[in-house]
Write a new protein. Structure first.
Length: 165
């Protein structure tokens, strides 16, 4: 038989959960029971960033996981649930199995000081008419309507041959 304190604690928990659900529903923040998202980056082992269609913040969201996640899992689809229905608190339940068409391998490594992007053929950073392309042949292509190279120290151009204009 339950004592009065236990019954009161259970009632308080139910009331708080109902109030929290009503608040989320009133604000339109109710999420489905599960969502398909994607692992976007791994900051450190166990600290992953995910994105999902219901994420309207424009930011990647830190997630906890029930399964082990490594750098090779970057780009994979995951099943997500949200603690207390809060979209800022996702939990990775597991990975979706690969379809007949495997996802291209993408690796992103992110920590407080370094961002490493890895690709098999090329990496392109693009904004409007400007772009930087790194190829697997070792070429670095810099394109833009206006290009500026500025240095407070020595600004060197080295190569087997250097052609200007």
């Amino acid at each position: 038989m339950k004592n009065v304190d236990t019954c009161e604690a259970e009632r308080t928990t139910r009331v708080r959960a109902a109030a929290s659900k009503k608040r989320r529903d009133d604000l339109g923040l109710r999420l489905p029971s599960s969502v398909i998202g994607r692992v976007v980056a791994l900051r450190t082992p166990g600290e992953l960033l995910v994105d999902f269609p219901a994420n309207t913040s424009g930011e990647l969201v830190a997630a906890r996981s029930l399964v082990a996640v490594s750098e090779t899992d970057t780009g994979r689809e995951v099943a997500l649930i949200f603690e207390d229905g809060d979209s800022s608190r996702p939990i990775v339940l597991g990975f979706l199995q690969a379809s007949a068409d495997p996802l291209p391998v993408r690796q992103v490594k992110l920590d407080d000081e370094t961002l490493v992007l890895t690709a098999k053929k090329e990496v392109v950073i693009q904004c409007g008419k400007a772009s930087i392309t790194l190829t697997n042949a070792g070429k670095v292509l810099i394109r833009g309507a206006y290009l500026l190279s500025r240095s407070s120290g020595v600004n060197r151009i080295k190569g087997g041959s250097v052609q200007i204009n």
